[in-house]
Ligand binder design. Sequence first.
Ligand SMILES: NC(=O)c1ccc[n+]([C@@H]2O[C@H](COP(=O)([O-])OP(=O)(O)OC[C@H]3O[C@@H](n4cnc5c(N)ncnc54)[C@H](OP(=O)(O)O)[C@@H]3O)[C@@H](O)[C@H]2O)c1
Length: 365
Amino acid sequence: MSDKKLGVLVHGAGWVSGQHVTAFKNNPHTDVVAISSRKLASAQARAEEAGLDDISLYDDYEAALKHDGVDLVSVCTPQQLHCENVLAAAAAGKHLVIEKPVGNSLDELRQMRDAVRETGVKTLVSFVLRWNPLFQTIKAMVADDTVGNVYFVETDYEHDIASWWTGFEDARKASTGVSAFLTGGCHAIDAMRWFAGQGEFEAARPVEVFAYSGGWRKGVAREFNYLTNEFREAPPLEYDGLEVALVKFDNGALGKVSVNFDCVMPYTFPLEIFGDKGTIRDNKVWSHKFPGQKDWVEVPSILPDSAEVSHHPFQAQMDHFVECLLTDQESHCNLEDAIQTHEIVFAAQQCYETGGPVKLPLLRP
Ligand SMILES: NC(=O)c1ccc[n+]([C@@H]2O[C@H](COP(=O)([O-])OP(=O)(O)OC[C@H]3O[C@@H](n4cnc5c(N)ncnc54)[C@H](OP(=O)(O)O)[C@@H]3O)[C@@H](O)[C@H]2O)c1
């Protein structure tokens, strides 16, 4: 292991980028050497907020990629820019943290996958909940036979995404946000895959998808703000805010997953994992390991119950990726793995057009 620290460029200085900057600043093996964004002032604000007064700031991504000492790029721009940002960084030989969703189409997924394969850079896709303490506890329990063989998983991303979010203007449009599953629901899809995989660091491989979409918000210029508990006029979603999918995995497990941007309530991310020897509901466990059990055993953990990025375990996610880079290992949450999560999103869209189930994979291996 070399003593030299890895240099990090954070690109796209908005809401989530503050967490990336802080996590890389705190990791003992990385230095944030540059921040780039569309506006120099945004990069400046992020640097000042993190107390980084001696780093370089750019409003030109290509120039930032040439900055001396950049080993790793964190892509924090809006989703419609991720593909071009990733292709440029991979061509420059930089390792990549890619914010979710990684791309807006199957073709973008293919282009990024091929570029990463050709250049051999390492990737981590920011499905940050894999490092949430309850997620980690559940995965360890599943791997330890607490519920036996997992045969059914349900996960739901119930989040009234609205104009309080800085990224909403891009995300609400079909041309840039694409769908509710893609914009936010991919977290629940990834969680479903994660818990349907039996190993501690293994996500299940989807082989078939069927989905419906609906809800009330598409085209309606009214939104609920759960932070203020008020309805108000706002630009509408250009796609259905509710999507529900059924998924078959290659290990025989089934999954049911939903995204609900139309819900009138605070953010929730419920989890249910059913095995042939037990069940997990959020932080409650029923298991063959507790003979004579009379009530649910509750794990007092940190639940995935907030949409606030400062609540998300970005530090643990980045520490994991840095460890992968230092030990020359692939992350379980790399681009190749994340493509399986994203394929479920695009398979759901195909279902809405054809009315029939869709077999995966959609991209040729
Ligand atoms: N993993 C998670 O849990 C999580 C949480 C939140 C967000 N995200 C994802 O992170 C990404 C960013 O979301 P966000 O909430 O941070 O959005 P945001 O606050 O809108 O920030 C995005 C930033 O990108 C910059 N940008 C826009 N166009 C650009 C361009 N052409 N070139 C360079 N920079 C550009 C903007 O910077 P300027 O100010 O310079 O214009 C903006 O501040 C999205 O994909 C989102 O889904 C993930």
